[in-house]
Design a protein around this ligand. Structure first.
Ligand code: NAP
Ligand code: ZN
Length: 348
């Protein structure tokens, strides 16, 4: 076994603290990489707090993981020692179902193995531990390449915030001629703005935080609407083709659905702990759709990373010392993320 250091939550009510554990030995199909940076996703907070389902503890969060390869198994062909490598939200899937075969491992019929808070059912059935740690062992098929051209710390959030917003925008072919509203300007939201703009859409940020307007414009957004300002909201009623909803807390769907055009689509990527309330009249009147999307497949994640390298897209980050993780969580809970915290794993 490989000794590893981490920050872990011992229970849903305890703070994260240093914890030592072991990773599995590098198998024939595995890549081991030493973690240099790990992004902090709101999903980390949801899972530590058991917002969605009872978690597996101790829990080492972190699924925006980048680093350098230190060891490869004998069957590995796509990675060599010294390469940059990344892993996002998944580390395995069945490989055989129709979705896996189609490169949609995130929709694996048996459920993917997530990077943490999951059981590695296709290997040793042990709990998986995420990226708030110094090293990781992952099957080659779930490791992606990261260009040396990108700022590595700022590239880490692409592994979740990036792919989670890239994938639905590609799936719904959002681009030129579309009015896209990005709901919530946090980690996912700011990446959605960058991709929406890169794909040619007219992008409006819908935010509860008036102070984020200048940042939204700097990120490339064409318009900014403060959702608590009735006049501003009235002006955009019935105007959007798509809303990409990245909100982490319960919110009023009927209110946001009223901002869509006829045939408009409200795409949920945010996962509040409470179920959404969708009054039928809010969708039948103008044949609106409410849809959802989960991260993205491995091939699409590589495609997104290559797109980012070509267009020099990374996340806007605040690099933090791991001992400041609780302050980062508190700020995240208040919507005060500018726009992704990334842990410098050297501080572990
Ligand atoms: P984040 O950085 O905390 O951003 C969330 C943003 O939502 C906040 O910055 C805030 O933006 C807005 N917001 C918060 N509370 C709100 C409220 N009550 N009403 C309206 N807006 C509110 O979080 P994140 O890391 O981007 O993650 C966002 C959500 O996506 C989380 O639920 C996370 O678990 C989920 N997620 C889903 C997937 C997937 O595959 N579908 C992947 C990753 C994450 P403003 O200040 O602009 O209002
Ligand atoms: Zn995430």
């Amino acid at each position: 076994m490989i000794p590893a250091k981490a920050y872990a939550a011992q229970s849903p009510v305890s703070d994260l603290a240093p914890w030592n554990f072991e990773r599995r030995e590098v198998g024939p199909d595995d890549v081991q990489f030493d973690i240099l940076y790990c992004g902090v996703c709101h999903s980390d907070l949801h899972q530590i707090h058991n917002d969605w389902f009872p978690g597996i503890f101790p829990m080492v969060p972190g699924h925006e993981i980048v680093g350098r390869v230190v060891k490869v198994g004998k069957n590995v062909t796509k990675f060599s020692v010294g390469d940059l490598a990344g892993t996002g939200c998944m580390v395995d899937s069945c490989h055989t179902c129709a979705n896996c075969q189609a490169g949609l491992e995130q929709y694996c019929a048996s459920g993917p193995v997530f990077t943490y808070n999951s059981l590695a059912k296709y290997t040793d059935n042990a709990p998986t531990y995420g990226g708030y740690s110094n090293t990781i062992v992952v099957k080659e098929d779930f490791v992606v390449h990261i260009s040396e051209k990108l700022d590595l710390a700022a590239a880490a959030p692409l592994l979740c915030a990036g792919i989670t917003t890239y994938s639905p925008l590609r799936h719904w072919k959002v681009g030129k001629g579309h009015k896209l509203a990005v709901l919530g300007l946090g980690g996912l939201g700011h990446m959605a703005v960058k991709f929406g703009v890169a794909f040619g859409a007219e992008v409006t940020v819908l935010s509860t935080s008036p102070k984020k307007e200048a940042d939204a414009k700097k990120l490339g957004a064409h318009n900014f609407v403060v959702t608590t300002d009735e006049k501003q909201v009235e002006a955009v009623k019935g105007s959007f083709d798509f809303i990409l909803d990245t909100v982490s807390a319960p919110h009023d769907f009927a209110f946001y659905l009223s901002l869509l055009k006829t045939n408009g689509t409200h795409i949920c990527v945010g996962v509040p702990s409470e179920p959404a309330q969708i009054p039928p009249f809010s969708i039948i009147a103008d044949r609106k759709s409410v849809a959802g999307s989960s991260i993205g497949g491995i091939a699409e994640t590589q495609e997104m990373l290559d797109f980012c390298a070509e267009h020099n897209i990374v996340s806007d980050i605040e690099l933090i010392d791991i001992k400041d993780i609780h302050t980062a969580y508190e700020r995240m809970e208040k919507g005060d993320v500018r726009y992704r915290f990334v842990i410098d794993i050297a501080t572990l």
